[in-house]
Design a binder for this molecule. Structure first.
Ligand code: M6R
Length: 607
């Protein structure tokens, strides 16, 4: 799960490869490396850790060359150290790889038997040796590609450079994305359009199983059957502009604050407040006849799917199943004829979600996706694409993508509820009008963060934190726990409030923080009882509620945060903010790497 790039041009490629790698760091930051060819010799610089370390190395010991490949790594096989950093080399061969070579052990044994010496613990090294093996037999680049592809199992996007071919890069993709960029007197290969956008807007996406031979002014693309094919060249809409933090200390802080604005944009793409009309895309099926919707996603996007289940079942009376992508794919689930599957993904590249999508297509479901990156693989493989207009989300922790996903999903639920005759015009209008006011309400919550910081100061000392929520706010409790874990490395668990007494209550002890996501709604009285149960066991309760909820309590939690009153259906979107703020400020208190937490990557492109 890494970012890869290759370039062949008239001038030094290193500054361009570095720029591409900067834009690919969201795919991993365990190590980075570049190889170039100078006078027929491979030159390589690698560094453990973030790209900045490689940049420093390059300052001390510059690299030149008009052909080169680069890599930013998220470790799968082998520790995140220098020896395992890509590019991997074998004599004149240099390789960068994103994915997992599943049969690497067998290939390793075969190659060792042929006299190759393994230097790393990675699965990728076998590719470098395999290329050298066929190169030594006198095969041409095309023949080498056909031969190695026959022997590789698993997922890969590869860029390969051989010193004896200083005018040629070789590339291949299976399950991991790869794009070719057409520049002026230069050609590029990269994991996505984002990496290539500063260099060129003319992008061609390789299809699954494709491989290519790329020269300075051409690309020959072949499909999985080794037939030469044309792939369309599109003008990417991805901006090549550098995305900065502006006045904010972290991208996450910036992205949290962008939410009122991007929620406004996203909503205006699906709803016209003047006419009161929904603006949903045409569907290839009739939602009134839909037997079941299966929602599939990972991480935070999965929690958005969980909230959507409450909305779609409650409002549209549509049976909905929500599944974790990595589970769904191999569960042999029962999907009805004529059913639809909705895939939610910020990046549109999560491999678990993509594989689940391909499985759903095989079993003849209508494929809908909800993505933030509109040129992503998941979007390109869907029948209908719903887009969140959150703009680029750089921080690894998802914030604005999540809340905009929720806005689209609620709009969809209202639209389908109306079409399925379960919601009259008046109630639909009330929900959508309240949703239109959400940006203003959110801005109020974000205005003063003094008390969130004070609370985070205390939370930063905790070893374990429990998050509780009920109904629509149960997924927000899960999301709160995930955000705290990934940002501050504090152990946190989210539970359905009513489930606490069935086991997790044993964890409660004097002083343990319990965050309760509890707007005043039809379930509030029950949640208030769970709050009492926690207080009775000495927990330090952090209550997120509104005026009405707080008024009804006769207890005194340690921290009470009064949230503005909103329609109960909209509360999960608004209450996403405090759980983001708590995690963000706690991470700051602990001094962790907010935008790039350890062991994580923004886009998870391995299964
Ligand atoms: O790009 P996706 O929405 O498919 O990503 C899914 C998860 O990897 C992602 O939401 C992850 O859980 C975030 N780091 C959470 O903040």
């Amino acid at each position: 799960m890494c970012g890869i790039i290759g370039m062949i041009g008239a001038n030094s490629v290193v500054p361009y490869i570095l720029e591409g790698l900067r834009r690919l760091e969201y795919r991993g930051y365990d190590s980075a490396g570049i190889s170039t060819l100078v006078k027929g010799v491979v030159n390589r610089r690698r560094a453990e850790g973030k790209l900045a370390k490689l940049e420093k190395k390059l300052k001390d010991k510059p690299l030149t060359g008009n052909i080169g490949i680069g890599h930013t790594r998220w470790a799968t096989h082998g520790a995140p150290n220098l020896i395992n950093a890509h590019p991997h080399v074998s004599g004149p061969v240099s390789v960068v790889h994103n994915g997992i070579i599943e049969n690497h052990k067998k290939l390793r044994t075969d190659l060792v038997a042929s006299g190759f010496v393994m230097e790393t613990d990675t699965d990728t090294e076998v590719v470098a040796h395999l290329v050298k093996y066929y190169h030594d037999q006198g095969l041409s680049p095309e023949e080498i590609m056909r031969s190695i592809i026959e022997r590789l199992n698993g997922a890969y996007a590869l860029v390969i450079m051989i010193a004896d071919y200083p005018g040629t890069l070789m590339a291949a993709r299976k399950s991991s994305p790869l794009a070719i960029g057409y520049g002026n007197e230069a050609m590029f290969i990269g994991s996505d359009a984002l990496a290539l956008a500063p260099m060129t807007r003319r992008i061609s996406y390789l299809e699954d199983g494709d491989w290519a031979i790329v020269g300075q002014d051409y690309s020959n693309i072949y499909n999985a059957e080794n037939k030469q094919v044309e792939r369309p060249i599109n003008l990417t809409e991805v901006s090549g502009a550098l995305i900065g933090k502006g006045k904010y200390r972290h991208f996450m802080d910036k992205e949290i604050h962008e939410q009122p604005e991007v929620i406004g944009y996203t909503l205006s793409a699906f709803y016209d407040p003047n006419s009161g009309r929904m603006k949903m895309p045409e569907l290839p099926f009739d939602p009134t006849l839909l037997p079941k919707l299966t929602i599939i996603a990972a991480g935070t996007s999965y929690y958005a799917g969980m909230v959507a289940k409450y909305w779609l079942e409650g409002l549209a009376r549509l049976p909905v199943e929500v599944d974790i992508a990595s589970e769904f794919r191999y569960r042999n689930s029962v999907l009805p004829k004529g059913g639809a599957a909705l895939f939610i993904s910020q990046s549109g590249e999560s491999l678990d979600t993509l594989m689940a999508l391909r499985h759903a297509r095989e079993v003849e479901q209508h494929i809908i996706s909800l993505v933030n990156v509109s040129e992503s693989t998941i979007a390109r493989e869907s029948d209908i694409v719903l887009k969140t207009l959150a703009g680029p989300e750089i921080s690894v922790a998802s914030t604005k993508a999540f809340t905009t996903q929720l806005v689209v999903l609620l709009s969809l639920a209202v639209d389908w509820a109306h079409k399925r005759n379960f919601l009259n015009k008046k109630v639909s209008a009330t929900i959508m009008t309240e949703l239109s006011r959400l940006p203003i309400t959110m801005a109020e919550v974000l205005a003063d963060q003094g008390r969130w910081k004070a609370c985070a100061h205390e939370l930063a000392l905790a070893k374990d934190v429990i998050y509780l929520g009920r109904g629509l706010n149960f997924p927000i409790a899960l999301e709160g726990a995930l955000k705290l874990k990934e940002l501050s490395y504090i152990h946190a668990e989210g539970y359905a409030a009513g489930e606490m007494k069935h086991g997790p209550i044993a964890l409660l002890e004097e002083g343990m923080p319990v965050v309760m996501v509890a707007p005043y709604d039809e379930w509030f009285e029950k949640t208030a009882s769970n709050l009492k149960e926690a207080l009775a066991r000495g927990a330090r309760v952090i209550l997120l509620s509104d005026k009405e909820g707080i008024k009804r309590l006769d207890d005194e939690p340690a921290w009470v945060f009064e949230m503005p009153k909103v329609h109960p259906l909209i509360a999960p979107i608004l209450y996403s903010l405090p759980v983001q703020l708590i995690a963000y400020h706690t991470a700051n208190e602990k001094g962790t790497d907010v935008d790039q937490p350890r062991n994580l990557a923004k886009s998870v492109t391995v299964e």
